[in-house]
Design a protein around this ligand. Structure first.
Ligand code: HEM
Ligand SMILES: [Cu+2]
Length: 544
């Protein structure tokens, strides 16, 4: 290969690749986050399809129990640590500086480091699995003693633990960067109450990452040390030590995954209802409250592990209380749409998908927050149904709402709306077909994490239906990819222009895609809807 040369006129292919590899521009880093995490979404989705094929009928022998364990561990951790969290971080990377009217993140090099660490961590985790077939099989919760050397001797377990440590470092770096950027780099006039809502959710999310992640990292390093250096942090301690440290991170993690998606909804719904967001301050306060209360509920994952009954009741109470600020958000979105002139394009439909499924997941969550119900449904498919209704129904619909809304800004082209609507309809129907029957399976006593089941349990039909639903979801994601290739890669989509949705926030004040420096002149902000102000001023002029 010829040596790399960078001609001034038109950079060659290698120069362009090198420019991406060495970039510190928040937009390029954001795009690399989005692309890599979408790749991990597809990979973890393929694992889910294999899981569902294996469970389609009783007595299937597609994979054995050990491979099955590896598959759902890699599915769950891939979706959480390599898709939802980094995707939302990537979206934040791209959008937050633009919404602030800034030219980049506060620490562009740390930003790049965060991305490369994440990609490396993902390749480490998946590589351990795909190359050796000896991945972690202790489930995403990696409970001690299941994850100790005695029960999980394979080196894949260490590789996996190490990968998650790297993910944690990456997201901590990102969190610091977001907080400093938002604190110091806002456009003149952007007071706290005028920070756009998506950016507000990133503030709270970053604070949660900063508080929660070190606890997980410490626990992971202690476990690695127990496995390899004969320390006894977990082996001799109360077995609940791991559970406490793990869930002290992992319950807040569900809000880390849902708050930015709620931020997307709070941007999209007002724009597509042509009304301001209902109850702006209540929305900001409820986001902060969710962030605080998110740290007070983790023991609800441990109701069956013999915690003191008084302590249990406290955590049952906090679990129910957190439904209140969450309810505030749902009501605010509905009130925003109420009597608005709804523009029923794909981004808004995805938001409706979020609300309709997330409410079901919220209700089943409050139900299992009650200790007696949790005793019954713990470790059954009820729980699998519940968390997919919040994680897929919430985060993933929110992520797609964000893609249909912001990809025109990022790429300069509109996605096809008709195809988008088909994608939405197929995904919504497929989602409910796949996951609603799991409630029934749970109540009928089917445990989670089993590779097969006997024919006489009455679990056949709901399992078959769930598998059909899973393939409908896969087909809908394929539609999205076709849409992306046709509209954006092949440039058949309409040219987006600066502001195709008549939106409110500053990212729409610059070109699509924005120039390297984002804004030629730093914008000045006078309300929480600067672009709305600009449009009003432009309309007022001719009459004056
Ligand atoms: C195509 C869509 C999906 C399908 C069909 C699917 C299916 C499944 C099934 C059947 C299980 C249970 C395996 C078992 O317990 O034996 C499972 C577990 C899990 N899924 Fe999904 N899933 C999908 C998407 C997602 C998404 C988007 C997320 C998160 C953002 C997610 C997170 C998880 C987690 C954390 C587990 C638990 C793994 C464990 O027990 O360690 N899934 N999934
Ligand atoms: Cu929880």
């Amino acid at each position: 290969m010829a040596s790399v040369s960078i001609p001034i006129e038109k950079p060659g292919m290698w120069a362009r690749v090198a420019a991406w590899l060495t970039t510190v521009d928040h937009k390029r880093i954001g795009i690399m986050y989005l692309a890599s995490s979408f790749f991990f979404f597809l990979l973890s989705g393929i694992f889910a399809l294999i899981i569902r094929l294996q469970l389609a009928q009783p007595g299937m022998e597609l994979v054995n129990q050990n491979v099955y364990n590896e598959l759902f561990t890699m599915h769950g951790t891939g979706m959480i640590f390599l898709f939802v969290i980094p995707f939302l971080v990537g979206l934040g990377n791209y959008i937050v500086p633009l919404q602030l009217g800034a030219r980049d993140m506060a620490f562009p090099r740390i930003n790049a480091l965060g991305f490369w660490l994440l990609l490396f961590a993902g390749l480490v985790m998946e590589g351990g699995f795909l190359i050796g077939g000896t991945a972690s099989n202790a489930a995403w919760t990696a409970y001690v003693p299941l994850s100790t050397r005695q029960f999980s001797p394979q080196v894949g377990m260490d590789i996996w633990l190490f990968g998650i440590v790297l993910v944690g470092i990456s997201s901590t770096l990102g969190a610091v960067n977001f907080l400093v950027t938002i604190y110091t780099m806002r456009a003149p006039g952007m007071t706290l109450w005028r920070i756009p809502f998506f950016t507000w959710t990133i503030i709270v999310t970053a604070a949660m990452i900063l508080l929660a992640t070190p606890v997980l990292t410490a626990a992971l390093i202690m476990l690695i040390s127990d496995r390899n250096f004969n320390t006894q942090f977990f082996t001799t301690a109360n077995p609940r030590l791991w559970q406490n440290m793990f869930w002290f991170y992992s319950h807040p993690a569900v809000y880390i995954m849902i708050l930015p998606a709620m931020g997307v909804l709070s941007e999209v719904i007002p724009v597509f209802s042509r009304k301001p967001l209902f109850g702006w301050k209540a929305m900001v306060l409820s986001t902060i409250l969710i962030g605080v209360l998110g740290f007070t509920t983790w023991v609800h994952h441990m109701f069956v592990s013999g915690v003191d009954p008084l302590v249990e009741r406290f955590f049952m109470f906090t679990t129910m209380v957190i439904a209140v600020p969450t309810g505030v958000k749902i009501f605010s979105w509905i009130a925003t749409m109420w009597k608005g002139s709804l523009n029923l394009k794909t981004p808004l439909l995805m938001c409706l998908g979020f609300i309709s499924t997330f409410v079901i997941g919220g209700i089943s969550g409050v139900m299992q927050g009650a200790i007696p119900i949790d005793m019954q449904v713990h470790n059954t498919y009820w729980v699998v149904a519940h968390f997919h209704y919040v994680l897929f129904g919430g985060s993933v619909f929110g992520i797609f709402a964000g893609m249909y809304y912001w990809l025109p800004k990022i790429t300069g082209r509109m996605l096809n709306d008709k195809l988008g609507k088909f994608h939405f309809a197929l995904m919504w129907i497929g989602f409910n077909t796949a996951f609603f029957p799991m409630h029934i399976l749970g109540l009928e006593g089917m445990p989670r994490r089993i590779a097969t089941y006997a024919a006489d349990r009455g679990w056949d039909l709901p399992n078959l239906i769930a598998t059909i639903g899973a393939f409908m979801i896969a087909a809908s994601v394929l539609l999205f990819m076709i849409n992306y290739v046709v509209s954006i890669v092949a440039r058949r989509g309409e040219v987006a222009g600066d502001d195709p949705w008549e939106a409110n926030t500053l990212e729409w004040a610059t070109s699509s895609p924005p120039p390297v420096y984002n804004f030629a002149r730093t914008p000045v902000v006078e309300s929480e809807r600067p672009l709305y102000d600009q449009r009003m001023a432009a309309q007022a002029k001719p009459q004056a």
